[in-house]
Design a protein around this ligand. Structure first.
Ligand SMILES: [Zn+2]
Length: 558
């Protein structure tokens, strides 16, 4: 019976479509797409320009204007009649692959916005309330207000266990103040997803990103297996070092003894001060020279960018594709440090990807294959700021200095990558379980996962909703797995460039400096096609195999 029922839509489609000639359907698809782009392209460009003004000036009025334009865009994608048309056309299929691909893109964007108006309003209001409460919250320690930078300073320098614990607990307070509204939001999101026929919001979001929970489970299970032992060995060594520095035993270490509130970054015990090599250097000029050398010149991008600190300006960094026609910009607040070198290389990675989408592709396909594929390119270039061979060539380090950087950097990178896998495992499994059943004992679940994957002991006494102090639960729901996939793809592309484009046996001492083949490979295989193929197909075409953890494991774990 169930089988018969599931055949129904297909049969209905057959009946509806038998009559219509392929040509007229092709024309209809082309018309729907043309009408849609005619509406959305100017709106999207305006929204992007207004956002740029908002971020570079901090003017509240520009942020409001941007929110209004965003709402207009969302409304375009929420019309049930338009969605029904796109859905019907997609079900019947169209032979032209480029049109079919555009129809897919439309379908998934419409899908996520098909929420009945009252429920949508409730979701948007709750979401705004939670996000505002999150950003306006000020933590306190012994009654006085502390910022997150104060917390980081204490967690990286303070030796007194009591002070560390107080700072760590302060960083978690915000979770408890927003958890009730946040769980209300989770239930409403699930309600909307169920109305569209999904188990829950997590399943729907993953599917709308053209991914599947089953495939993600396979990737994360594999990563768990591959990192378990190397992580245990590194963690043991780290615990001994940390415990010794605090004058306690490794068994007495608590979550606040690590240098990051979530233990997602390596404690500073193995750090070499790389800033000394970037002091007095012009990171913008270094980037310009490097990207030009690999055949991806960025003069035009830099000319439109806003790169230095100013009152009222957004304090972090991002890359911004304004019109999918070459107006790409970067916002940054550059300083002569290793972190800013990494950040600029990273954002320019996003920027060169956007700049080189093939202009003959239709507007809907002139974007990255997936959010994680552009993240992969950004990570690919960002990793260079700590690469000893790259630093030697770009900064003119002596052989002796290079050897020192290499030794520390490789060890640090290995630890950082393995640690990130363990942390991403916690985030992925927790968020999946959170949306599957928001009524379970989530605080206990969080610590079960932290103990299992990160080997951090839960604090004594009742556990609270400190987990919700992680920004991503509120700002980018069901997205975290993409950071992990980006790391995997960055390694797979690196391996492919080494072996196929450069025909080398290994990456020993490889810096990519001045090698135009790197830019050519990326332009032809990754940037140019944009979203012409699904991410999966793009990766197979570019690297000869589907996305797998193999190269990442080879590069960092073995
Ligand atoms: Zn990025």
């Amino acid at each position: 019976m169930r089988r018969l029922l599931s055949l129904w839509p297909a049969m209905l489609c057959l009946v509806l479509c038998l009559g219509c000639a392929t040509d007229s359907r092709r024309d209809e698809v082309a018309r729907v797409i043309r009408d849609h782009v005619a509406k959305i392209e100017p709106l999207s460009k305006r929204a992007n320009l207004v956002y740029w003004e908002a971020a570079t000036t901090g003017k509240a009025q520009k942020f409001e204007e941007h929110a209004e334009l965003q709402l207009q865009i969302r409304r375009t994608y929420s019309k049930p009649s338009d969605f029904a048309r796109v859905k019907a056309l997609r079900k019947c299929g169209v032979r032209d692959e480029r049109l079919a691909r555009q129809l897919d893109k439309l379908y998934y964007t419409y899908l996520q916005n098909q929420i009945e108006p009252d429920l949508l309003r409730e979701i948007v209001e709750l979401d705004t309330k939670v996000q505002q409460a999150f950003s306006n919250y000020r933590a306190t320690m012994d009654g006085r207000k502390v910022t997150m930078s104060d917390v980081y300073t204490i967690l990286t320098t303070e030796m007194d266990g009591g002070q560390r614990e107080a700072a760590w607990r302060a960083s978690k307070q915000v979770g408890n103040t927003i958890v009730a509204d946040f769980l209300k939001l989770v239930r409403r999101r699930n309600q909307a997803a169920r109305q569209l026929g999904f188990d829950n919001f997590h399943t729907m979001t993953v599917l709308a990103g053209e991914q599947s929970v089953r495939e993600l489970d396979v990737v994360f299970d594999g990563l768990d297996r591959l990192t378990r032992e190397p992580f245990a060995a590194m963690k043991k060594e780290l615990d001994e070092t940390l415990a010794k520095s605090y004058g306690i035993t490794p068994e007495e270490l608590m979550p606040w003894h690590y240098h990051d509130p979530f233990f997602q970054r390596t404690p500073l015990v193995y750090e070499l001060d790389l800033d000394q090599y970037y002091k007095g250097r012009d990171v913008k000029e270094l980037s310009r020279r490097y990207y030009a050398g690999i055949g991806l010149p960025i003069e035009d991008i830099l000319a439109r960018s806003d790169l230095y600190d100013r009152e009222g300006k957004y304090p972090h960094a991002f890359s911004h594709d304004v019109d999918r026609s070459g107006d790409v910009r970067v916002l940054a607040n550059l300083q002569d440090t290793e972190r800013w070198m990494e950040t600029l290389l990273h954002e320019l990675g996003h920027a060169v990807y956007a700049k080189h989408h093939d202009p003959s592709e239709p507007w809907l396909l002139r974007e990255p294959a997936h959010a994680f594929t552009t993240e992969a390119i950004a990570v690919f270039f960002g990793r260079l700021s700590r690469n000893a061979a790259w630093m030697q060539q770009m900064l003119g380090l002596s052989d002796e200095e290079t050897a020192k950087v290499k030794q520390v950097s490789e060890r640090y990178l290995r630890f950082q990558q393995i640690l990130f896998v363990r942390w991403a495992l916690v985030m992925y499994h927790f968020e999946k379980a959170l949306y599957a059943d928001p009524d379970q004992d989530l605080n206990r679940l969080w610590w079960d996962l932290v103990e299992r994957y990160q080997s951090i002991r839960r604090p004594p006494g009742p556990v609270d909703a400190g987990w919700l102090s992680k920004l991503h639960f509120t700002s980018a729901p069901c997205y975290y797995h993409n950071y992990m996939l980006g790391e995997l793809l960055a390694s797979q592309l690196h391996d492919c460039i080494v072996r196929q484009a450069l025909r080398l046996e290994s990456d020993e001492g490889l810096s990519y400096v001045g090698d135009q083949r790197v830019g050519r490979y990326l332009r032809e295989n990754v940037f140019g096609p944009g979203a012409r193929y699904t991410w999966n197909e793009m990766i197979i075409r570019a690297t000869g195999r589907p996305l797998s953890p193999e190269c990442f494991v080879e590069q960092f774990i073995r």
